[in-house]
Write a protein that binds this ligand. Sequence first.
Ligand code: PHE
Ligand code: ZN
Length: 881
Amino acid sequence: MRTDTGQVFHLDDYKPTDFLIPETQLDFALHPERTIVKSTLQIERRQGIAADAPLILDGDELKLIDIRIDGAAPGDNTYVATPDRLEIRGLPQNGKFTLELTTEINPTTNRQLTGLYRSSNVYCTQCEAEGFRRITYFLDRPDLLSIYTVRIEAERSEAPLLLSNGNPKDKGELTNGRHFATWHDPHPKPAYLFALVAGDLGVITDTFTTASGRHVDLGIYVEHGKEPRALYAMDALKRSMKWDEEVFGREYDLDVFNVVAVSDFNMGAMENKGLNVFNDKYVLADPDTATDTDYAGIEAVIAHEYFHNWTGNRITCRDWFQLCLKEGLTVYRDHEFSADMRSRPVKRIAEVKGLKAHQFPEDAGPLAHPVRPRQFREINNFYTSTVYEKGSEVVRMIRTILGPDLFRKGMDLYFERHDGDAATIEDFIKVFEDASGEDLSQFALWYDQAGTPNLAITYDYDQATKTFEIEIEQSLKATPGQPSKKPMHIPVQFALLGTKGRELKPRSAKGGLVKDDVIHLRKRKERFSFSGISERPVPSLLRGFSAPVTLTSELTRSDLVFLARNDGDEVTRWQALTQLLNAKLTSNSKRVRGGKPATIENSSIKLLGDIAFNPALDEAFRALCLSIPSESDIARELGANIDPDAILGSRDALVSAVGESLAERFAELYDLLDHNGPFQPDAASAGRRALRNVLLDYLSVADNTPKLAAAQFSKADNMTDRAAALGVLVQRFSGSDATCQALRSFEERFGNDPLVMDKWFIVQAMQPGNEALGKVRGLMTHKLFSLDNPNRTRALIGAFSSGNQTGFNRADGGGYRFFAETILTIEKKNPQLAARLLTAMRSWRSFEPVRREHAREALATIATVTGLSSDVRDIVERTLA
Ligand code: PHE
Ligand code: ZN
């Protein structure tokens, strides 16, 4: 484990390397405890670097066995090797030489899952961001590109399969039951994209022919017996390859593309060149074990990793501060892919919900950082929703500002100009400026200023002159290290709606810049004036969620109802409904906290009913509207002095009022939506299931019996309906016979499939109220549970801490104390995972004073431990700062 040294890295300190490594040859002799790695590096000193400059290579827990320079052992006093560094002096005068290094590593004891490790007897690697240095000494940084040839040797019985990046070159038998394979990757790449996989796995294969006729062999490797569960991933892969050709003009560039699913993985998946390694959660699916959400996740992550081949691999990042260059852009690309595969507005609303649930709180709390940070202590802690999701929003805004054609022209220029480069955000912005002639310097602030801007909006309509005016004032609060901010360029897509939602077209616009349906806000405060507006319009602002901002507008309740009923843009329509519901839910939370009952108007109930029964609306959209804001959504709206018990009371009151009033018609619709025929994972079928499953919750609450949910649970022929029913049972009827029986039957049926059992752990970790903590403690002793496995740990500890508002944030602080203890245990095995989980406490300051104090104490017990990892030290200190 890398203990914290207090060292901070700065973007401004960037300096190119003194040496280049044009070619790298790696030779692995695999052994569970003693793997020998021999690397042969062709090294060249850069022009202009002094002849006596030392070569300093990165390492991490390495043991050097042998070293040669041009075939000869260097003198003892010319090099110093420690576990985390190799420094060599007195190098050949001409600056060109071959360095051979031999290291020994232990994949079995490697529990932090970076470098070379074993997962269920499969050898695999994870090198992003700085894992390659745990395999051999190297210039382990993204701007050092090298051509790799890899030879892997292993016991055939243990590892019949030997994979690495690029194309297969050679293979054969050796003595003593050993065999080997050689791979060559012709594309220069940084070390973080290196991968090796060896083991005994099942495979499904397919082929793809690219637009220019290249034949590509596709393989997805999974545990033996699970091959049929990889078919959906294969289908998603082929659709991704085709889509990238059609939409971005990007073709695949090797003869093979392999995907391997492993069960121990810190993240979702990894885009290693030609050999993507996946968390099995994002590969394995069939109707009986995967939900619609799982299917959508697989499609998105398969696409994401594949798209990295161009945005990340062929054009990589100059340094880790530029992480959003590959991640924000690739998330944008996978979002667009899913939107094309499914319903665009429904996909967009899901993105907005995700952004508000994860990125907005990050931006509003102690861990706020710019999309492109300028400093870090631990890079692993910057794989955040700000870098990924807000990074994607920034790319989307470029497209909104330039329009689709100039955006595509800019992207083409990016690929043409920077193919083979390690690039920066400046390079990225420049291609769009060059392609469009626009000045994006103010826009570039989106990469530098942390925090979510707020737009305060006022309106004015003058009947006499038929003029409508919108005034917008932008503000951005201070964030860590950024006390004051500059005004940004914010694209606000809009429409002015007349009677029945008809769009009123202004004759002309004056004041700030308006182009087509986009208001370009560029000053702190700006007026936009529209003439030729014959009636007082209701403005529909931020259509398509055109910028990641919050709005404070003076729209009345009746304006919002109007938008919720009539807006032709589903995103703003949903947004208006959400705003109405939030107003009710927050005011009721305050009432409940003050000991008063919640109040609910019939008009809100009627509105939800009208949406539920409107056949003109997509079922998935209706489901989104009926899933009223979650407890954490309400907490975020309240912002301060949060009491999760009062929030739960407020939310439950609304669900039961709606359920009771609409019970009969909801029951009819629930029956009507029952499907016949086999399960299909497509978006329309998923939408129907989603709508039916929200209705199940309303009906169960209204009825106050677990009967309907229990019936759905036992009848279900797919995991979506089964898991939804189990959710209602545990959330609403914990302790009932029906719930206990359902939990038992789930365990009996899926008890030998840990990945499926994660759903069983999650649902119980989310049980509301004070009983949850005891449940979670108990489940930690379950035979399938293990803190060594990230998926299990996230299922139980992650769901409890980040998803269970009342159970985790208990008023007595028991949830926090348990969490602090558990984080310290996890840290000893896997510091990266521990640090990620710990971010669940980032909003601790917004709780009411009693919980806030308990939270502070729990964080302080972590902070006072000596010898913390850099990962946990960084998060705990920033959270407390
Ligand atoms: N680069 C991976 C992705 O987003 C994420 C990842 C980061 C995986 C670090 C492992 C380690 O696609
Ligand atoms: Zn990525």
